[in-house]
Design a protein around this ligand. Structure first.
Ligand code: PMP
Length: 433
């Protein structure tokens, strides 16, 4: 049992010494002191089904024994030197990543976070093309550093002093809230073609790159129509730009059918950025690209003290091995499919549920006050999240209005867990009425 400082002591310390920028999620902050696979425990011993996985980070399960064993052994042998000396782990992990990537994407640069991985991707694209302009999607999230905050397209995440330059935004494939009020497929994918106008009106006509999440995470699990990315990638390439897929949330089997979320759209990016699920909860990010594009990182010295360290490399490699050994991707497909069909059933009975979206274990439930006007039910979404915690289930929320529930558990979740989650959500929605 837990015998550390009390919750009140923890809150007091945090209030006095930690930046107020470090926020808690629940009105009555939750303290988590232990985790095992898809479950976590608070200081009083109450168990929760973790259906948000530390924000889509714990991919194969909290403290997965196979991962922990390997990392423990590495921690006891050598924790850190830096990449200026040789160590076998970096090459082995980079080789493993290359084995899963589309043909030609073989060179990886390691960082400690998704934001840094996206920085390296944008830098590489700008150096490689000689162009500066970058196009991202409305409603996206790519990080909190200067450039990635500029990419991120939600006003609430953008500090007023942020000076990121040469970044433009095009429409995402967000059918439920189509910016043109059109319906797929008679819309002719107007949202995807918008990027041509953005390039022609807002840039010199040549761009460095386009970056997009194949399925938007923070934006509320926005899943575009199947042709969307093909159209966008074609237009980007016609204007000299590279195509970058941000797989920070969707990668490593989470969408079920494919290892990479972009494979659902039958496109091949020029570079892939990763973080979160890549390391099952350790600070680890990566950018993988072609041999040719990777060469630009030698234009000057670029160095990341912890990027590629033996502990992160060991945990990343062990995580990828477990994804294969434990049939994690298949589980995401099967249990995710079950969860989605039960959510769709629930939608028929619960009018608050406007839309159910997602693939595998990357699911979103958009709540609306009225199905016709689609008025965002944001306070209701917050209330659902709070109440779900009381019923022992942790979920997230997101979207521009904060009205989309996000369900992205560790991918070892069982069908019984999924059923429990649905029962808890059903009960919560009945209590809300
Ligand atoms: N890209 C995406 C799609 C993300 O969801 C996030 C984090 N929410 C990031 C990048 C940034 O990752 P990090 O917080 O590790 O910098």
């Amino acid at each position: 049992p837990y015998d550390g400082p009390s919750r009140d002591e923890v809150i007091a310390l945090r209030t006095q010494y930690v930046s107020p920028g470090v926020i808690t999620y629940y009105k009555d902050p939750l303290m988590i002191v232990e985790g095992n696979m898809q479950y976590v425990w608070d200081e009083k011993g109450a168990r929760y089904l973790d259906a948000f996985a530390g924000i889509v980070t714990v991919s194969v399960g909290h403290c997965h024994p196979k991962v922990i064993d390997k990392v423990r052994a590495q921690t006891g042998t050598l924790q850190h030197t830096t990449t200026i000396y040789l160590h076998p782990t970096i090459g082995k992990f980079a080789e493993k990543l290359a084995s899963k990537m589309p043909e030609g994407l073989s060179r990886t640069y390691f960082t400690n976070s998704g934001s840094e991985a996206n920085e390296v991707a944008i830098l590489s694209a700008r150096e490689h093309t000689g162009n500066t302009e970058v196009i991202a999607l409305r409603n996206c999230y790519h990080g909190g550093t200067a450039t990635t905050m500029g990419l991120t397209a939600h006003g609430s995440w953008k500090f007023k002093s942020n000076q990121a330059q040469a970044i433009h935004h095009t429409h995402a494939g967000y059918c439920y809230r189509c910016p043109y009020g059109l319906t797929y497929p008679s819309c002719d994918l107007k949202c995807a073609h918008d990027i041509k106008e953005v390039i022609e009106y807002q840039t010199p006509g040549e761009i460095a790159c386009f970056i997009g999440e194949p399925i938007q995470g923070v934006g509320g699990t926005v899943v575009p129509p199947k042709e969307y990315f093909k159209i966008v990638y074609d237009i980007v390439r016609q204007h000299g730009g590279l195509c970058i897929a941000d797989e920070v949330q969707g990668g490593f089997g989470r969408t079920g059918e494919h290892y990479w979320a972009h494979q659902n759209w039958d496109v091949v990016p020029d570079g892939v950025t990763m973080a979160k699920g890549i390391g099952n909860g350790i600070p680890l990010g990566a950018f993988t690209t072609t041999e040719e594009i990777s060469k630009v990182m030698k234009n000057r010295i670029h160095f990341n003290t912890y990027g590629g360290n033996p502990i992160s490399m060991t945990q990343g490699l062990a995580t990828m091995e477990v994804i294969e050994e434990d049939g994690i991707q298949e589980n995401a497909r099967v249990v995710g499919g079950h969860l989605k069909s039960r959510l769709l059933e629930l939608q028929e009975r619960r009018p608050l549920i406007g839309d159910v979206r997602g693939m595998g274990l990357m699911l979103g439930v958009e709540l609306v006050r009225d199905r016709k006007s689609k008025e965002p039910a944001n306070t209701e979404a917050a209330a659902v999240m709070e109440r779900m915690k009381e019923h022992g289930v942790l979920i997230g929320k997101g979207g521009l209005y904060g009205n989309t529930l996000r369900i992205k558990p560790p991918m070892c979740i069982t069908k019984d867990d999924a059923d429990y989650l649905i029962d808890a959500l059903d009960l919560t929605l009945s209590e809300l009425n």
